[in-house]
Design a protein around this ligand. Structure first.
Ligand code: SIN
Length: 476
């Protein structure tokens, strides 16, 4: 008798966000899938997405969207990935509508598309105003017929002959093993590993540590995006304020009315990293506020924001903001079919890196990536030869406050090499000897923390080298 509860499936999907359910929804009927999630199926970043989904559906072609994506990313992209996702992106709105998602329209029946930072044109589609993620997820999740195991954490990928053939972990406190022909990591970003982020607390970068442990290639882990507008209440960060508000006319200012982004050619619609850097610099001297008075029909178009202000008894017309960890640009390297460098292992969504986001993701390109790449992974799984299953025989957030604080102190908008190095050395000297669900999760979180610190140090080194190479040219 096995000591473990054993599950068998064709495709194990780790995660229940948009990328995960898109894969599940597009699998052919002859492939069984099992989805697992650490919390409940709705504890995902996708559920929280306010901004919307970017698509050039209303433009002549995807060229301008492609160019804006590259520009926001500072050119550090895989051009094929940008081409693929923005081109495929043209049809996502009609495909989502066919699946039941209702996008907002104006009174004349035309789509109510919005603008966000670094988009040259209004091309952000919303559902229920700033409730897009939640609306999309509720509609699509209902359509999933595959089983979903909640309260289930994966702590190890199982390999055989160089292939990933399943995974092990805990359902609650019960040890489980899952045999699968393919494993798809769709575990999202890393925000839950830091004390202040816009992410769900269960999103702790587990996919990165799991993939690294079986030798998969990871890239660009030094590029963590800080969202410029996190609502501040009594000195504490209390939630994301969508960039779409600035797209609708809101602007950043200091208490005396000086417009923070006045000197930038794109003003309040500059790329996210540039706005976050400016807010960080200004906040060293004084507080920064978002003035929403130019936004028409605020409560109807931004119900999440309006509700939050009402709950906190804040005047929505002028709210204090700060920056906060939002999105990981890098991740597990994959091709445009979601294949990692390890056979049998796939990655999709924020946990994957196809080279779309460079050093700074363009706003509202993440739901787009999840849907386009989720379909691509499902297509690939359909094509992959059906291998025989190998015959080998249970809310998990980051509960380590000390680790969260250590990482939050150094993974900031302004990275400092000596502080990153010192924290890395501390983490390198830590080892978790115990066994059991909590200990194994801690081990994963420390490993992901190390990967992120190494990524940030690598980024600083590369930036230094680039600056050194450019310095003589600048003086000649
Ligand atoms: C936002 O609504 O500002 C966030 C959307 C995104 O991350 O693209």
């Amino acid at each position: 008798m096995s000591l473990y509860k054993h599950f068998v499936t064709d495709v194990l999907i780790v995660g229940t966000g948009l990328a995960a359910i898109t894969v599940a929804l597009h699998l052919p009927d002859n492939l069984r899938a099992l989805l697992v999630t650490k919390g409940t199926r709705s504890e995902t970043n996708s559920m929280r997405a306010q901004g919307g989904i970017a698509s050039s559906a209303l433009e002549d072609d995807h060229e301008a969207h492609r160019a804006d994506t590259v520009r926001a990313a500072k050119g550090w992209v895989n051009p094929e990935a940008v081409e693929f996702v923005t081109r495929e992106g043209r049809t996502v709105i009609s495909e989502l509508e066919a699946l039941g998602v209702i996008f907002d329209r104006q009174e004349n029946g035309e789509y109510a598309v919005g603008r966000e930072g670094a988009h040259g044109l209004p091309r952000i589609f919303h559902s229920g105003g700033d409730q897009t993620g939640c609306r999309m997820m509720e509609t699509l999740s209902e359509k999933i017929t595959h089983p979903v195991l909640e309260q289930t954490v994966i702590t190890q990928l199982l390999t055989s002959g160089g292939r990933v053939v399943g995974a092990a972990g805990y359902r609650g406190e019960e040890r489980i093993e899952i045999s699968a022909r393919a494993v798809v990591l769709a575990t999202g970003g890393i925000g839950g590993l830091l004390s202040t982020s816009t992410n769900d607390t269960t999103i702790t970068g587990d996919g990165l540590a799991l993939a690294a442990a079986v030798g998969a290639n990871l890239s660009d882990l030094g590029y963590v995006q800080h969202h410029p507008t996190i609502l501040v209440h009594h000195g504490k960060s209390v939630g994301l304020i969508t960039e779409a508000l600035r797209g609708a006319g809101a602007y950043l200012m200091t208490r005396d009315g000086h417009r923070v982004m006045d000197n930038h050619p794109e003003r309040d619609l500059a790329a996210r990293d540039e706005v976050a850097a400016m807010i960080t610099a200004v906040r060293k001297q004084e507080s920064v506020y978002l003035n929403t008075t130019p936004v028409r029909q605020l409560a109807e178009r931004f119900p999440t924001f309006a509700r939050k202000c009402e709950e906190l008894n804040i005047n929505p017309e002028l709210v204090e903001v700060t920056t906060g960890v939002h999105f990981l640009m890098g991740g597990i390297e994959t091709d445009l079919a979601g294949r990692t460098s390890v056979a049998g292992l796939y990655a999709v969504g924020e946990t994957a890196s196809i080279g779309l986001h460079g050093t700074n993701r363009l706003a509202s390109n993440s739901l787009l990536e999840c849907f386009v790449m989720g379909k691509a992974v499902a297509r690939q799984l359909q094509l992959a030869p059906r291998r025989p299953l190998p015959a080998f025989r249970q809310v998990f957030g980051c509960e380590d406050d000390v680790l969260q604080e250590k990482l939050s102190e150094v993974l900031t908008v302004e990275l400092k090499e000596d502080r990153l190095q010192a924290t890395l050395e501390q983490l390198m000297s830590e080892s978790v000897q115990q066994t059991g669900r909590q200990a194994e999760q801690n081990r994963l979180h420390i490993m992901t923390g190390r990967l992120l610190l190494e990524g940030a140090l690598r980024r600083l080194k590369e930036e230094r080298q680039t600056n050194e190479q450019m310095a003589p040219a600048a003086t000649t």
